[in-house]
Design a protein around this ligand. Structure first.
Ligand SMILES: Nc1ncnc2c1ncn2[C@@H]1O[C@H](COP(=O)(O)OP(=O)(O)OP(=O)(O)O)[C@@H](O)[C@H]1O
Length: 590
């Protein structure tokens, strides 16, 4: 796992190596300073030797300055290397997520991917910075201080041999209890992110239903969950400080008591005792630092695992070894195709066989959940079939490189998203090199040009995030125009004219049929009127094809289609009787 993450260190490798090197120098200098101080007391101050004091005093100042500079360098290199490493890791993880298929994303959940890209990366960044600085500093400080205190007085150093193991056991017990709590926190972050994500996406629905209060409570629950675990873990960790203070004071007392007796017995000098006080502090503090480091590193191990899982996830839909790069035409064949979603028990599409000729207009109709969207998503390979084969231009879709396949198959979803930017910019997602005239032509076919022309800035009108400043029907027409700019061989409209009135929808289909006769048009719709003109209509029922034919043929031969037609005719009649208008959605332009 560590190996996978460390691949992202890249250009920050040398900084990462410099930091521990400088730390080693810093610690050596720092532990030498009390030794010189002790000597100055014993050989300079006590006998009144001013020459000794001034010459070693200069050395002392020199060492302190060098140690300061080296320490600052180590700190700078470690923080810079850690920030750079985190940046690379974030880019690598984000790039990996872009390669994911829908199935991959469903595996992790969007909220969890967000936590892995934010909180988890921050944790790993901190852990990395600690690893290349403090994780070196603490044990080195401990070892050098132990060596130096043995050098000063072996007898006194034995005190540490008793105190250190006791402290180590206490600190271990604290960490051991706190760690499992920390590792739970991340799962709580996923929940928090899910609540925020859902809230922001559905903010309009929330406002419409006046559900702010409930949403605040949902957020509070998620946030309280994090608070409870964190404060429990922190309460345990806060025991560290009093335990340390107690141990330091006790050790100091023992050192003072034994030291005083040794001074009286002439086996220890005053300066040596002062040096030993300093080493006591260093040894105990480095132990505390070590315990903190171990906790932080173990906590961030959970984060590191979660990031590594994303980096190691194999994108389930990738280019084949020798991909076909051109799509011959817009023909589509389903050959005994079945598709079962991950974790689903039953197939959403079962044993479907179907032939669509290039340029045909195909309508798909059926009850909700009958598998219409699943079926068409197999054409641009948004999901792979579980059984059978889907062929586009007589080639199995799995044999194409993804880019040319998805360029040839444009898909417009019911809730397709527009992005923040001008209308020109949004439509050019379909073709970045399209001229203004080409953009406008596509918009005309999608019946979007008329309302865009009425906007003050026309095609330079700024679309807000998620297309929030255009109506649902306008949004749909713009996304159809965007898809048309790809000049696809196959255009799939997945209920993507649902918010467009029937008259405008009719105009769109007429434009597509007359101006793009070679482009295969596959249209999913709940409205019979939308697909009645199709060359063939497919009636889906429970994942299977229940009937295929033209409008007239199906009216005669297919019970489901007849039933749908009758109920929709009745609705129209009822509405007319009530004096309403059947073409409710988006009848006017905003
Ligand atoms: N991502 C998914 N994971 C698991 N099951 C799914 C997923 N998407 C759809 N399904 C299930 O597959 C079945 C077919 O769904 P699909 O969206 O293809 O139906 P549909 O006919 O297009 O419905 P609608 O008209 O409501 O859009 C449904 O039972 C649905 O619950």
């Amino acid at each position: 796992m560590v190996k996978i993450l460390l691949k992202s260190v890249r250009e920050y490798k040398w900084m990462s190596l410099l930091s521990p090197l400088l730390v080693t120098i810093e610690v050596m200098l720092e532990t030498y300073i009390p030794f010189i101080m002790g000597n100055i007391i014993d050989y300079g101050i006590t006998p009144g030797n001013l020459g000794y004091i001034s010459s070693w005093g200069m050395v002392l100042v020199g060492l302190a300055v060098v140690s300061l500079i080296v320490g600052a360098g180590a700190s700078w290199f470690s923080s810079h290397a850690a920030a750079g490493f985190a940046q690379n890791l974030r880019h690598d993880e984000f790039a990996q997520v872009q390669k994911f298929s829908f199935a991959n994303i469903e595996h992790f959940s969007t909220a969890s991917v967000v936590t892995r890209l934010t909180t988890d990366i921050t944790n790993v960044q901190q852990a990395y910075q600690i690893s290349i600085r403090i994780a070196f500093r603490a044990p080195l400080m401990f070892i050098f201080s132990m060596i130096m205190s043995f050098r000063v007085s072996q007898q006194m150093a034995l005190i540490f041999a008793i105190v250190v193991p006791i402290l180590a056991v206490v600190l271990y017990l604290i960490i051991h209890t706190a760690y499992p709590l920390f590792s739970h926190v991340f799962r709580r972050y996923d929940i928090l992110n899910r609540v925020v994500n859902e809230n922001l996406r559905g903010i309009r629905v929330i406002k419409t239903f006046d559900r702010q209060e409930e949403e605040i409570n949902k957020f509070k629950d998620a946030s309280n969950g994090i608070f409870t675990i964190f404060s429990k873990a922190q309460r345990l960790m806060s025991l560290n400080a009093p335990v340390m203070t107690f141990m330091i004071n006790t050790t100091m007392l023992i050192v003072s008591w034994v030291g005083a007796q040794m001074i009286v017995g002439k086996s220890l000098e005053t300066g040596q005792l002062v040096a030993l006080f300093s080493y006591t502090m260093s040894i105990l503090f480095s132990l505390m630092m070590l315990s903190n480091i171990i906790t932080m590193l173990s906590v961030s191990q959970a984060s590191a695992n979660r990031i590594a899982a994303v980096l190691q996830e194999k994108p389930s839909i990738v280019d084949p070894a020798k991909p076909v790069t051109t799509v011959k035409d817009g023909s589509v064949t389903f050959d005994h195709v079945s598709m079962t979603y991950l974790h689903a028990e039953h197939p959403s599409v079962a044993d479907v066989s179907l032939q669509i000729k290039p340029g045909e207009f195909v309508g798909i109709i059926g009850a909700t959940g009958s598998g219409k969207s699943t079926l068409v998503q197999l054409i641009p390979r948004l999901y792979d079939v579980t059984k059978g084969t889907v062929l586009v231009g007589d080639v199995d879709v799995r044999n194409y490189a993804l880019r040319p396949l998805r360029d040839a198959v444009a898909m417009v979803l019911q809730n397709n998203t527009l992005f923040s930017g001008t209308i020109y910019e949004n439509l050019r997602w379909g073709d970045p090199n399209a001229t203004d005239a080409e953009v406008e032509k596509a918009a005309q076919m999608a019946q979007a040009d008329s309302f865009v022309q009425e906007m003050p800035k026309k095609y330079d009108t700024y679309i807000e995030q998620g297309g929030s400043n255009v109506s649902g029907g306008q949004n749909q027409r713009l996304t159809i125009a965007r898809a048309l700019l790809k000049k696809p061989k196959i255009l799939i409209l997945d209920d993507s004219t649902s918010a467009v009135d029937t008259e405008t929808e009719g105009k769109i289909m007429t434009a597509l049929r007359t101006e793009l006769p070679d482009m295969t048009k596959i249209m999913i719709s709940q409205r019979i009127t939308s697909i009645a003109q199709a060359d063939q209509i497919i009636v889906m029922d429970d994942g299977q094809i229940n009937g295929v034919g033209t409008h007239e043929e199906l009216l005669k031969s297919n019970a489901i289609y007849r039933e749908l037609n009758n109920s929709q005719q009745k609705d129209v009649q009822d509405t007319i009787k009530e004096g309403g208008d059947s073409n409710a959605p988006d009848a006017g332009n905003k």
